[in-house]
Design a protein around this ligand. Structure first.
Ligand code: FMN
Length: 314
């Protein structure tokens, strides 16, 4: 298959910031390269200046998910280009570099610099941050997103993926604005805003106070947003949010995604990308006969108007 003209051996990417390929290489050595779990690798988001990230604690477990307030620690553009990029270039799959700017000028500097490097196959714009000039979260507003994409589009010939935030009134309007401004693909969802209190003292648990919710808890929301966005735009959609099995991945493809990404599940199972790919392949091979299966008998014991075989399936 291909994504924005880049050949991929399959449809499974990682969600930015959820798999540290450099640390994994240190832990697993060249075995990681022989059995790399993803078909393209998306870097953790980098910013122009180095960042320490938020103070700990940075994670809180929720039912079927977690809240993170990592705060984008990274070496900054120069550190990334000098230290991380050469190591990421050794991965056996195309490299997507995720960038975030706190102004359009910053974003432009990042895209121009990253987009000149031959090791970089695609660039993902993480627009889930406030623009320091307007105070608006770039990706929450169609016009802000369009202005950001228009600004960076002429600066690189690499495909540009706009990573949409679910914390927007109408993500499909943001996706349409990104497409009109020259984006080659959109990816979604990023995390949803969340909050947790310390059970002992009632204060904020997370060092960054609020954080982003991810994992199976957000999957139904992600699926709806992917479905709505895919119906609105003609460019490829990369779907993510709580994918932990081949069946979940298949749901996102059915919703209109061209590819999917695995995030939080890699924390539980670092080989999740591989497992999900093989589960997906098995399901796709079986899909056609299953579609013709007889409908479940109508029998409402739930007072929901739905029949138990449907309600309790999976
Ligand atoms: C610990 C953690 C760090 C993340 N860091 C980033 C990041 O740097 N850039 C980004 O665009 N998304 C980041 N994300 C969001 C994920 O890429 C993904 O969009 C989101 O978690 C939903 O997918 P999931 O439910 O499969 O994890 C992060 C998510 C987690 C859990």
């Amino acid at each position: 298959m291909e994504l924005c003209g880049v050949p991929l051996r399959g449809p499974i990417l990682n969600g930015s910031g959820t798999f540290d390929a450099i640390a994994a290489r240190r832990a697993f050595g060249d075995a990681l390269l022989e059995r790399f779990p993803f078909d393209a690798f998306v870097s953790k988001t980098i910013t122009l200046a180095p960042r320490q990230g938020n103070p700990p604690p940075r994670l809180w477990e929720t039912p079927a998910g977690m809240i993170n307030s990592i705060g984008l620690p990274n070496k900054g553009l120069e550190g990334f280009l000098a230290q991380d990029l050469p190591q990421l270039a050794e991965l056996p799959v195309p490299l997507v570099v995720s960038v975030m700017g706190f102004s359009r000028d910053e974003l432009a500097t990042l895209v121009e610099a990253v987009g000149q490097r031959p090791e970089v196959a695609m660039i993902e714009l993480n627009v889930s941050c406030p623009n320091v000039e307007t105070g608006l979260v770039m990706g929450a507003d169609p016009a802000e997103t369009a202005r950001a994409v228009e600004r960076v589009r002429p600066l690189s010939d690499r495909p540009l993926i706009v990573k949409l935030t679910p914390n927007a009134t109408e993500p499909e309007a943001v996706a349409a604005a990104a497409q009109a401004a020259g984006a080659d693909a959109v990816s979604l969802i990023n995390t949803l805003k969340g909050l947790a209190f310390d059970p002992d003292d009632g204060g904020h648990w997370l060092g960054g106070k609020t954080g982003g919710v991810s994992g199976p808890a957000v999957r139904a929301i992600a699926l709806q947003q992917v479905h709505a966005v895919a119906a609105r735009v003609a460019i490829p959609v990369i779907g993510m949010g709580g994918i932990s099995s081949g069946s979940d991945a298949l749901d996102f493809l059915r919703a209109g995604a061209a590819a999917v990404a695995v995030g939080t599940e890699s924390f539980r199972d670092p080989g999740a990308g591989h497992r999900i790919a093989s589960e997906l392949a098995q399901l796709e091979a079986r899909e056609a006969p299953n579609r013709a299966a007889a409908p479940a008998p109508a029998m409402d014991i739930t007072q929901t108007g739905d029949s138990p075989p449907t309600f309790f399936r999976r």
